[in-house]
Write a protein that binds this ligand. Structure first.
Ligand SMILES: Cc1cc2nc3c(=O)[nH]c(=O)nc-3n(C[C@H](O)[C@H](O)[C@H](O)COP(=O)(O)OP(=O)(O)OC[C@H]3O[C@@H](n4cnc5c(N)ncnc54)[C@H](O)[C@@H]3O)c2cc1C
Length: 377
């Protein structure tokens, strides 16, 4: 391909992986990453729980997980100074009343790379000693999960795209995109830019960016989720599972000397720099104290982020069916970090009209394409 100019809008994990993979797959393209904030990864990407867990993803998103797994475990030479993934188990725990949800989790967990296992309450307390095992009916363990070094992964993509000649402009919001021949003129906070292709990796703002380009939105819904840090129990937590209530009413994982906790809520929100709600933090503490012996009394820090979903909760990747020079990379929801390597590669394969490469092993990616969400024929 000649000197195609590609403007990637958004510098979170979606924009970073898109920019990196575009420079890899299309070495002659000129790739420019545009971020509205003064720093990259300020919004949802900097606010995650940093977990790789296959069982919580939709079937199309699992294609992204499987395709990107190798990259995350063994990144290309020179991109990362430390491992991106560290092995961890994930455990779903249920009271008698929650067994229906746990059975569903177990069934879904049979289709993942390493199938989930049933645990007795006593076995559950080996994987997470603070759990009040006397309240449990059973647990399900997903053995092959991982903690993700999110900062290291984001940096790896940025390092790679820069090494390949890509450039970055921060404090550069794209306010509108106007069609210009087959390409675009972008109005930004620092002047006008021309581009042949626009990649929309604007997270919660994805539909607004589309609307500003005259492209039909796909129906993205941002949802707030709160997380917070509390003091850990002061014992060696090596090998403890990330532990989640079977009905997703709370979760917790050890993080150095602290515990990361969440209410696992999904509160619909408008795109913004979202803040945590004290009532959500208090409710999560009540639930975690009821289910565990952690005895949480105070919070060290709290934050919230917007997990943004398409109507069917799968990613939206690829050229718009009505306007192929507008390429979607949105709808990362609750798994945008762990799907990023696969999603970036699929986007790069499709962006200039190509087909999915061999890393997707012939998988049917139609459940990820934007056309599935269009209501007209
Ligand atoms: C509490 C919580 C826990 C989570 N846990 C996990 C987890 O364990 N594992 C996992 O994989 N995922 C997890 N997620 C989800 C994950 O964080 C997201 O899916 C991912 O970060 C989304 O990345 P993004 O790049 O799409 O969005 P963002 O990081 O929000 O990036 C979008 C960027 O676009 C920029 N932008 C917007 N509009 C414009 C414009 N007009 N011009 C220029 N720039 C623009 C924004 O400033 C922003 O920087 C979690 C999320 C939350 C909130």
């Amino acid at each position: 391909m000649g000197s195609v100019r590609i403007a990637v809008v958004g510098g979170g994990i979606a924009g970073a992986t898109a920019a990196y993979h575009l420079t890899e797959v299309h070495p002659d393209a000129e790739v420019l990453l545009l971020e509205a904030e003064p720093v990259l990864a300020h919004h949802t990407t900097g606010r995650s729980a940093a977990i790789f867990v296959e069982n919580l993803a939709t079937a199309p998103n699992r294609i992204m997980l499987r395709a990107g797994r190798g990259f995350l475990w063994d990144p290309p030479e020179g991109l990362a100074d430390h491992p991106i993934l560290t092995h961890r188990t994930v455990m779903h725990v249920a009271t008698e009343a929650q067994m229906g949800s746990l059975e569903e989790t177990y069934a879904n967990g049979q289709a993942v790379t390493t199938p989930s296992e049933w645990l007795t309450p006593e076995e559950a307390s080996v994987h997470f000693p603070p759990i009040r095992s006397e309240l449990l009916a059973a647990a399900v363990l997903e053995p092959e999960c991982a903690d993700i070094d999110v900062g290291g992964l984001h940096q790896a993509y940025i390092r790679g795209m820069r090494r390949n000649g890509g450039t970055i402009a921060t404090s550069r919001r794209v306010d509108a995109a106007r069609p210009d021949g087959d390409g675009w003129r972008l109005d930004t906070t620092d002047g006008e830019i021309g581009a042949d292709i626009v990649v929309n990796a604007a997270g919660s703002w994805g539909d607004l960016v589309a609307a500003s380009a005259g492209v039909e939105p796909v129906g993205l819904q941002p949802n707030r989720r709160t997380a917070f840090m509390v003091n850990g129990p002061g014992v060696d937590t090596t090998g403890w599972a990330f532990t989640i209530d079977a009905e997703s009413r709370w979760y917790t994982k050890d993080d150095g000397p602290q515990m990361l906790c969440s209410l696992v809520e999904e509160t619909p929100f408008e795109p913004c720099d979202v803040k945590p709600d004290e009532a959500d933090v208090a409710l999560a503490i009540d639930r975690i104290n009821e289910a565990t012996t952690l005895g949480i009394r105070s919070v060290n820090s709290a934050w919230a982020g917007l997990r943004t979903f398409a109507p069917d909760r799968s990613l939206v990747i690829g050229p718009d069916p009505d306007r192929p020079a507008f390429v979607w990379c949105v709808g990362q929801g609750g798994c945008g970090i762990q799907t990023s390597a696969g999603a970036g590669r699929l986007l790069a394969d499709l962006a200039l009209g190509g087909e999915p490469s061999d890393v997707f092993d012939g998988a049917d990616v139609s459940g990820l394409l934007p056309g599935r969400l269009r209501t007209h024929g």
